[in-house]
Design a protein around this ligand. Sequence first.
Ligand SMILES: *Cc1c(COP(=O)(O)O)cnc(C)c1O
Length: 444
Amino acid sequence: MSALGQTARERVGAAEDALAAIRVRCMACGAEQSGSSSRTACPTCGGLLDVVTPITGPIDPAVFGARDRSLTGRSGVWRYRPLLPALPEASIVSRWEGNTPLYDDARLTTYAGMTGDVRFKHEGHNPTASFKDRGMTVGVSHARAVGARLVACASTGNTSASLASYAAAAGLPALVLVPDGKISESKLAQTVAYGARVVQIAGDFDAALTLLRELTAAYDVYLVNSVNPFRLEGQKTIVIEAIDQLGWQAPDYIVLPGGNLGNTAAFGKALIELREAGLIAKLPRLVVVQAAGAAPFAAYAAGGWVDFAPVHAETVASAIKIGNPASTPRARRSIERTNGLVTSVDDAAILDAKAEIDRVGIGCEPASAASLAGLRKLVAAGAIPPDASAVCVLTGHVLKDSETIARYHFDDIGGAPRPRANRPLRVAADLPSLERALSDALHG
Ligand SMILES: *Cc1c(COP(=O)(O)O)cnc(C)c1O
């Protein structure tokens, strides 16, 4: 039923009727009230309440919608198999990855300075809470198909959590090299919990990756960092699924954070292939956003692709704290083919955009918020028209980095809380104290 054509009063009336039709019954005395009440105990006897489910006869399962429960049907990656490498079915390791939501929120559109259709593809809704799972299902499946004995990665945290999970699912031993003390506790905790062998390297991510590449050159170890082309095939499905969710209408811009630039490489490849396959008519422009303290690719693009110079990376967004991105040439190809843009934003802009995304109830980790911060910056600079359509990729879940949330909300900056700081109140366990602390909310 559609609400179109209804007046506001009719809509309110319909909502009231719907609520009144819901029956809520006391399990102790059987007294009933309607769903319009917000009471959570029986007004007659104080007993606990049950909502009554009105079953009037047999229900045909078809009313729940047809679902494909096969491997390819339930995975938001393998569903797009005609666009993926045809690995043997028996080697596929899938954890129902993908199927992530495409949010929109008017407050975030306004924050971006836009009036057009702005969406947020939330990859934090993957099984280990970052987009890395989309690549890992293909990478680990390939490792299994080629008979790998040990799978390994260097990681800023999310790749290691994802590898640890998929390797465990496949029954393969996993080795993870992480920069000591420089990844979030939650990411390290996930990796340890899923049983990977973790080695903390006394150096940064770039040092860990260099070391691992030396190790894989000398030993029979399967490398699943994003230099691995199979992993990138899975990551293509982020944009494929987003455009599918938009009814195969590509947006004008796709905005993503850039660290090791695996996604930038994968997205460009995906878009070219979608056009080749006749699934989209026009190519969206890719917009890559780096953290200002880890922006060698932005500098490379600004200099007209003349000299690429690695940097020593420093940023609060640990997932993109990478000074020498492994996929640089592939990422450059993506930007050139999609007439893309590359920019950078400072940590303050990342943290403010993150607080904005968090507080509308969506939430993401710091690196993810670079997409919104970058969009806002480019719209303000006139490089992106406000009435354009855009999909921002939120790469990881809000719980991936709770240390940064605590610092943002609980620590002062320059002697005062940040404008968006939200501090829990500390109150004695008596009603007058609670009333005093909440007076604005209770009487407002
Ligand atoms: C890995 C990661 C990135 C960086 O992606 P690249 O493909 O390396 O550019 C960004 N955000 C999060 C949350 C990540 O885990």
